[in-house]
Design a protein around this ligand. Structure first.
Ligand SMILES: [Mn+2]
Length: 427
């Protein structure tokens, strides 16, 4: 873990002398920057504290449950027209704001204003951060540092950056949650659908003089005084990029890297239906800023210790196909007990579901993974015909239609029986 590293106000080396718009004037778009519009992907549903992003509030709330990447999406939403390239403009006519739509123009303005006035800014993302949570937070932290702000970034215990995210720049700004101010003057919450998702930092959020919430989960509970929440955004990174743009901070490679990690994570490597033209536009701008997509992909998904191959082989060898399950649509599942892990950390098991869900004969894929504490985490995927968020909600978990999960304290077979019974019959 990175040691506590309180950053003091300083400009990013090589940054322009006045990279930020912090005095109320407008921020011009960078030269050559294309007009921008938001992605309109389905949000990730979110969970109570410590539960993977595929789980919803109301699910189990233990910290230490790993996160799963990606957010499936709801196709067919109309795209929104491009946003103005300058902040402070009147709100866009005809565009929704508030719950269910884009953030209100007023909230963007208030966020920029609060940041402008702040000396120190505390950032927090959800516990057991994924690529979007940590990537978005570190990108914003670096942008704020460029603006000359003292910036502390953290997340609730367990305070450990997942191995696959250790390549993200800006981690020198991470501090242990206990070192965050008890009552920050300005706090920004990222990718957390509710205060509980901030874990041990929820209290600091409650006590903050001002709380800006940046999130894209439909299940967002409505916390925070200034809400940059857009359930149609493909990732929190999409919203952070807009905030950074409104602050007038140019995207450098390190900032872009965090945003790209968020975007790639929550679109499943640009494979989910949340992958809109706007998502690719943003990805293009991030590549222009210097991101190497092959590097990010390799770090996030395409590397593992050799033992992983053995663990994967075992999980695949144990896989069972139940063609008659789910009303004949089929279920494929496997289980990975702690002793099957060969000492690999739990987080290393994240990609195994992606192998199982290839199965043509099964609409539903499930990987049952034993947690370090002996409970089991069930990762479930469907191909869209079955709404797994409902199925898993009935088991005290939750998530999205195509990606959901739940934690189970009893025997695996018992959970599988319950799950089978909850899968809908043939149409
Ligand atoms: Mn996200």
């Amino acid at each position: 873990m990175n040691g506590p590293a309180e950053t003091t106000a300083r400009a990013e080396p090589g940054a322009p002398s006045a990279p930020c718009v912090l005095s109320g004037q407008v921020a011009l778009s960078g030269p050559g920057r294309p007009p921008r519009s938001d992605g309109h992907a389905e949000p990730g549903a979110m969970a109570a504290s410590g539960v993977p992003p595929e789980s919803q509030p109301g699910g189990p709330s233990e910290a230490g449950v790993p996160s799963e990447l990606g957010t499936p999406s709801r196709p067919g939403l109309p795209s929104r027209p491009g946003l103005p390239s300058r902040p402070g403009l009147p709100s866009r006519p005809g565009l929704p704001s508030g719950p269910g739509g884009a953030p209100a123009e007023l909230d963007w303005d208030r966020a920029v204003e609060l940041i402008r006035e702040a000396g120190e800014i505390c950032l927090a993302c959800h516990v057991v951060p994924d690529g979007d949570a940590l990537g978005s937070m570190l990108a914003l932290a670096q942008a704020l540092r460029t603006c000359g702000k003292r910036c502390l970034a953290s997340f609730g215990e367990p305070f450990a950056v997942p191995a696959i995210l250790r390549f993200l720049p800006g981690q020198e700004m991470l501090v242990e949650p206990a070192r965050m101010p008890r009552a920050p003057k300005l706090m920004i919450s990222l990718d957390a659908a509710g205060r509980a998702r901030l874990g041990s930092l929820a209290g600091a959020a409650d006590r903050a003089g001002a709380l800006i919430v940046i999130d894209h989960h439909a299940s967002n509970t409505g916390f925070g005084g200034v809400r940059l929440v857009d359930p149609d955004a493909a990732a929190t990174a999409v919203l952070v990029e807009e905030l950074i743009r409104r602050l007038g901070v140019p995207l450098d490679r390190d900032i872009a890297q965090g945003l790209y990690a968020g975007l790639a994570s929550d679109t499943g490597s640009f494979k989910y239906p949340s992958t809109t033209p706007e998502v690719h536009d943003l990805a293009g701008r991030l590549l222009t800023a210097g991101v190497r997509p092959e590097t990010v992909s390799r770090e996030l998904w395409d590397r593992a210790p050799f033992d992983y191959l053995r663990v994967l082989a075992g999980a695949l060898a144990r896989a069972r196909l139940e063609r008659d399950a789910a009303g004949g649509r089929g279920l494929v599942w496997t289980a990975i007990a702690r002793e099957d892990r060969r000492g690999l950390p739990y987080e290393q098991l994240e990609g195994i579901i992606d192998q199982l869900r290839r199965t043509d004969e099964a609409e539903v894929a499930v990987v049952c993974k034993e947690l370090d504490d002996g409970r089991w985490y069930f990762s479930a995927r469907s191909k869209g015909h079955i709404d797994l968020s409902r199925v898993c909600a009935a088991l005290d978990g939750g998530g999205h239609r195509e990606m959901a999960g739940f934690v189970w304290g009893g025997p695996v077979d018992e959970a599988l029986d319950r799950l089978r019974a909850l899968l809908p019959p043939a149409p």
